[in-house]
Design a protein around this ligand. Structure first.
Ligand SMILES: [Zn+2]
Length: 80
């Protein structure tokens, strides 16, 4: 979950999984965070809804640890 100031500056990022507040300095997130924003389509029970959440690395690891098929992983050649 993200909180912005009235000037649209990022103020706080809280992990939806464990409520940990991630490090935000001067409007920038300084800690790894998995941000998901998804618009549900026509073929499911959430038709027309959108979901958004943030996970810390630990909660992300717990989530993918329950997957029956491992996530795909590769090393990027260029980092921004
Ligand atoms: Zn967490």
């Amino acid at each position: 979950m993200r909180v912005y100031s009235e000037q649209k500056e990022l103020m706080q990022v809280t992990c939806n999984g464990c409520r940990k507040n991630l490090l935000v300095e001067n409007g920038f997130l300084r800690e790894e965070c998995i941000h998901v924003e998804h618009d549900f389509g026509f073929f499911g029970s959430r038709d027309g809804l959108s979901h958004r959440f943030d996970l810390c690395e630990e909660c992300y690891q717990k989530m993918i640890g329950r997957f029956a098929v491992p996530v795909e992983e590769w090393e990027r050649k260029e980092l921004l």
